[in-house]
Design a protein around this ligand. Structure first.
Ligand code: SF4
Length: 207
């Protein structure tokens, strides 16, 4: 067993860390465009249970590269971290040979959108509106009911996905950013959240 990181890069390849309240000061060095929000109910890997589990509450994490989860700050050519001095709590706590540190870190309070966005701001109103109208748990429930009939998407779910898509499109055009730049605030598009359940949801990528 090793108690020292050998910097093999395996953890960075698997995905960026969740962010905790004590990481808030690092946002001076990490732009919001490099962060995404996994919303309550989204399935996420839980190392404590070694399986995908629905998130009991939202979490913010460093995003991946394109469709890959490999941390956006991982430099594969020399297996290094391009923000090493500012790497988040979980990165500083992770040693492959001893999980005690990372498990302790995971129990620390999570950073949430509410810690970052003032609740009297127009942006918060959009987040709140989006949560109420396009809940992840509803989309997942409808998608799971349809898994048996893998070839079709029921109209109720199709309508939810399309309206969410349109909501995001209007907002991103209004503020002049790409959809990906909203992932820290709105999470990923519903179709992308649902994609691991069924490749049929990739059809919305073309919309
Ligand atoms: S922030 Fe750095 S140390 Fe942490 S996962 Fe990304 S590349 Fe690895």
């Amino acid at each position: 067993m090793t108690s020292k990181c050998t910097r093999c890069g395996t953890c960075c390849e698997k995905g960026g860390p969740a962010l905790h309240a004590e990481d808030a000061d690092l946002l001076e060095h990490i732009p919001m465009t490099d962060i995404l929000c996994l919303r309550r109910g989204e399935p996420a890997y839980d190392p404590r249970k070694d399986s995908l589990q629905p998130l009991p509450s939202e979490l913010m994490k460093l995003r991946g590269k394109g469709k890959d989860w490999e941390c956006v700050y991982f430099l594969p050519q020399d297996k290094s971290c391009s923000i090493y001095a500012y790497r988040p709590l979980e990165c500083r706590s992770l040693y492959c040979g001893d999980s005690a540190g990372i498990l302790r870190a995971m129990d620390e309070p999570l950073l949430t959108r509410g810690n970052i966005v003032p609740n009297d701001s127009a942006l918060w109103a959009c987040i709140d509106d989006h949560e109420r109208n396009f809940p992840v748990d509803k989309a997942l429930r409808l998608a799971r009911e349809d898994v048996a009939s893998a070839q079709c998407i029921r109209p109720e779910l199709d309508d939810l996905i399309c309206r969410e898509f349109q909501y995001r499109r209007v907002l991103s055009e209004r503020v002049g950013v790409e959809d990906r730049d909203l992932w820290a605030y709105l999470g990923r598009p519903l179709w992308l959240v649902l994609l691991p359940l069924n490749p049929i949801f990739s059809r919305y990528e073309q919309v």
